[in-house]
Design a protein around this ligand. Structure first.
Ligand code: NDP
Length: 238
């Protein structure tokens, strides 16, 4: 991985930041992309020299295209893409506002499509690459109060599997990591003591444990179209 260029959308904190730290240790040049530039810059600085921070709203295709142009101009052709940008607006369907449905689908699903499209365009011209999209175990199993979020994450699986078929001949691989409950800002408000009873390993995961799965998929030359579940066994009990 030494010297490879990786764009990490949602790399400023949580799971994306853990991926950035691991890839930096592997010798990658990392572009941290998120809406809040200051937080992205702090993360990029904490990695050391040779990394980049950019502000971009993944749900806006033009901003995504500009981000890719900027990354390639400053770091060179993109070898890896990790999509860890995501939001959740939990609630029962009947209480969910249309704008909250739209923002989850735009950010989680359309955003993934926009970044993958831009990455594939570049990878086709540079001997292939690898993409890892972050889904969720609820996209596979469903969860009451998360119907829209689950739909966005299930969509990522179908999208990634189809794209994997489309681009395999160009030596581009596309895989998904589906985490369970992971300690980040997204889960900070949850009742861990109650929820961990359903997790066979008995605890929430750490972002670095998800990062290891992302690294495995980026590095595995014969794996494409896969979904790797990283959930402490949660999917076995829900
Ligand atoms: P965090 O809330 O900690 O981080 C989310 C990241 O995404 C931040 O960098 C944020 O930066 C960025 N982001 C959010 N919206 C946008 C946007 N519109 N454009 C660009 N960047 C954006 O979340 P996690 O690290 O927990 O989650 C990472 C991914 O993992 C998400 O897709 C989430 O759905 C998924 N996941 C998380 C689980 C968990 O338990 N934590 C479980 C299963 C899946 P900024 O706000 O500055 O834009």
């Amino acid at each position: 991985m030494m010297g490879k260029v990786c764009a990490i959308f949602g790399g400023s904190r949580g799971i994306g930041k853990a991926v950035a730290e691991l890839l930096e240790r592997k010798g990658c040049h990392v572009a941290i992309v998120a809406r809040n530039l200051e937080v992205a810059q702090n993360t990029a600085h904490s990695l050391g020299a040779g990394h980049l921070a950019l502000s971009c709203d993944i749900s806006r295709e033009q901003e995504v295209q500009h981000a890719f142009e900027e990354i390639q101009r400053k770091l060179g052709p993109i070898n890896y893409l990790v999509n860890a940008a995501g939001i959740n607006k939990d609630g029962l369907l009947l209480r969910t506002k249309t704008e909250d449905m739209v923002s989850q689908i735009h950010t989680n699903l359309l955003g993934t499509m926009f970044t993958c499209k831009a990455a594939v365009k570049s990878m086709i011209h540079h001997q292939g690459g690898a993409i890892v999209n972050i889904g969720s175990v609820v996209g596979l199993k469903g969860n009451s109060g998360q119907s829209i979020y689950s739909a966005s994450k299930a969509g990522i699986v179908g999208f990634s599997r189809s794209l994997a078929k489309e681009v395999a001949r160009k030596q581009i691989r596309v895989n998904v990591v589906a985490p369970g409950f992971i300690h980040t800002e997204m889960t900070a408000h949850l009742e861990e003591d109650e929820l961990k009873k359903a997790i066979p390993l008995g605890r929430f995961g750490d972002p670095h444990e998800v990062a290891k799965a992302v690294l495995f998929l980026l590095e595995s030359p014969y794996v494409t179209g896969s979904t790797l579940i990283v959930d402490g066994g949660l999917q076995l009990s829900i």
